[in-house]
Design a protein around this ligand. Structure first.
Ligand code: CMP
Length: 150
């Protein structure tokens, strides 16, 4: 059986507000990712602080929380053939600072600043699972084969 791996992404408020959700999802799909779970959501301060607990105390924590609670987000669990879903998504997303993100990456196109950087990509399989559990229960991840059955 083919190995697959998973990662987690957030399309951030600036990209959702700019109407870029469809474009970004299309890039993910056309670069080999399958969507296993997807929804629009909105973080209040408590949820955002829990999600970003690892950054508490850093100088960018408050601006990050203000931004991430400023509008709707779209969250997704993504899957890919092979074992490198985390790395493949981070390559497609580009550097944290959009000014340093390579041409062709999502942050190069849609990022505005280090805070308003359009999209989040988990940095390890363990963190991906932890992060998507803030948004999805196990039974909300669609495991069914993508091949139509009829
Ligand atoms: P992301 O990696 O998705 O999640 C943490 C976010 O903190 C990061 O994107 C940036 O948007 C934001 N951030 C703001 N300033 C910094 C910084 N100096 N270093 C890292 N992340 C930062």
């Amino acid at each position: 059986m083919q190995t697959t791996s998973r990662t987690f992404t957030i399309i951030k408020p600036n990209a959702v507000a700019a109407g870029a959700t469809g474009n970004i999802l299309d890039r993910l799909i056309s670069n080999g990712f399958r969507i296993r779970a997807l929804k629009m959501d909105f973080l209040d301060r408590n949820r955002a602080a829990r999600f970003y607990a690892v950054h508490r105390g850093k100088p960018f924590f408050e601006p990050l929380l203000r931004f991430m609670t400023s509008g709707a987000i779209v969250v997704a669990v993504l899957e890919r053939e092979g074992e490198d879903a985390v790395e493949a998504l981070r390559t497609l997303v580009g550097a944290t600072d959009p000014a340093l993100a390579a041409p062709g990456t999502i942050r190069h196109e849609f990022g505005e600043s280090v805070t308003r950087n359009a999209i989040h990509a988990s940095d390890s399989p363990e963190n991906a699972r932890k992060e998507w559990s803030h948004f999805f229960s196990d039974d909300q991840i669609v495991e069914v084969d993508y091949q139509p059955s009829i």
